[in-house]
Design a binder for this molecule. Structure first.
Ligand SMILES: Cc1ncc(COP(=O)(O)O)c(C=O)c1O
Length: 366
């Protein structure tokens, strides 16, 4: 059996509907803006239950515009978890601000609030909480810490479509939530895409202009912005996929439960600690073991693809400067993402489980 990490082509469950829609858009030369984009913004803000949604060209732009909208003074610092995709840090640097990396909990890989308290100082202007792997970060506690010091919060929800804290979707707890619709994401488009969600009219008005050369309508430039629009075809695809998105979460959770049940006491594997009150969207299923490299090689020999998110922590990239990190030191050498997607069958997942167990029993003799 061959188990791919993910299968983008198969991931299109609504292929005929999508092809019909794209044909219509081509026939009518609808490529930029228009009803599809407006509908998607409405549909996605309803999904997240945020007042406003501004679609943009990708999740990195969403973060960049979100941070710019906070209007932080030069020299301000922005705290972010050390284990995240580089975009989270890039968006801080490109706004002329300083990224300060915060440690993460080894139980759930989200921001470590003890370290967060230590890293806050007078220069701290904002915190970016990342709902990594689809796991909702501890926003309630982060908010308490930030509120006392008047620090803004951006939620990087690039991996967390459908993730909830209690009954509420991530992205609405802080000042702004940003999303990515990169094809490999749980809610992925046909190319790059992103969105900014907020309940603040002021931030909404800024983002609306920032993504379109500082203009709401043609030639109405109020400041120097950029071109960061969600393509019409992409918006149309996302509208169709969003309708059935709750099934994606259900299937991913089903698969995660199989992993939780069967990998619980296998070798030295450390599993994720789940908060039962929250909804995890399982963008990734990440395990931790000191035998990571050997395990990945063994799985590849058995035709099972895995990935690493991420092979190094951002403080290891020297151009970001020096940062004290304890928990996450060498974390990139121990983590492994197992196959998980709505397109995987339980047969495939059980095969992965079997091969992981065999590895520890026969190769490691654990
Ligand atoms: C946590 C995180 N933040 C930001 C991004 C950036 O999104 P995009 O690739 O759409 O620019 C990603 C995408 O990989 C991500 O995983």
């Amino acid at each position: 059996m061959k188990v791919k990490f993910t299968n983008l082509f198969q991931l299109i469950s609504d292929k005929p509907k999508i092809i019909k829609k794209i044909n219509y858009l081509i026939k009518n030369s609808k490529f930029v803006g228009g009803k599809e984009v407006e509908d998607f913004e409405k549909n996605f803000s309803n999904f997240v239950k945020a007042k406003y949604c501004v679609s943009v060209a990708n999740g990195t732009d969403a973060l960049e515009i979100a941070i710019a909208s906070l209007n932080l003074k030069e020299n301000k610092e922005v705290i972010l978890p050390v284990n995240t995709w580089i975009s989270t840090a890039e968006a801080i640097v490109s706004n002329g601000l300083k990224p300060i990396f915060c440690d993460v909990n080894l139980s759930d890989y989200s921001i470590c609030t003890e370290d967060l308290k230590k890293k806050i100082n007078k220069k701290t202007g904002a915190i970016i909480a990342v709902h990594l792997y689809g796991n909702p970060s501890n926003l309630k506690e982060i908010k308490k810490i930030a509120k006392k010091k008047n620090i803004k919060i951006v939620e990087d929800c690039a991996q967390a479509h459908g993730s909830k804290i209690g009954k509420d979707h991530v992205g609405i707890f802080g000042d702004i939530g940003t999303f990515s619709f990169f094809p490999g994401k749980n809610l992925g488009g046909f190319g790059d895409g992103g969105a900014i969600l907020t309940n603040s009219k002021e931030i909404y008005e800024y983002a609306l202009r920032a993504r379109n050369h500082g203009a709401k309508i043609k030639y109405d430039h109020k400041f120097s912005g950029r071109n960061s629009r969600l393509d019409t075809i992409n918006a149309a695809v996302l509208n169709i996929k969003l309708k059935k998105y709750s099934n994606v979460i259900k299937t991913r959770n089903k698969i995660a439960n199989v992993y939780f049940k069967h990998l619980k006491n296998v070798g030295d594997i450390k599993l994720f600690k789940l908060n039962k009150k929250n909804t995890h969207s399982f963008h990734q299923f990440v395990i931790r073991t000191k035998y990571r490299n050997k395990l990945a090689q063994s799985l590849i020999k058995n035709n099972i693809q895995t990935m690493i998110h991420y092979p190094y922590m951002l403080n290891e990239l020297k151009f970001f400067g020096k940062h004290k990190i304890v928990n996450a030191k060498n974390l990139g050498k121990k983590i492994l993402s197992l196959p998980i997607s709505e397109e995987h069958s339980l047969k495939e997942i059980n095969y992965v489980v079997k091969k992981v167990k065999t590895f520890f029993k026969k190769e490691i003799k654990y």
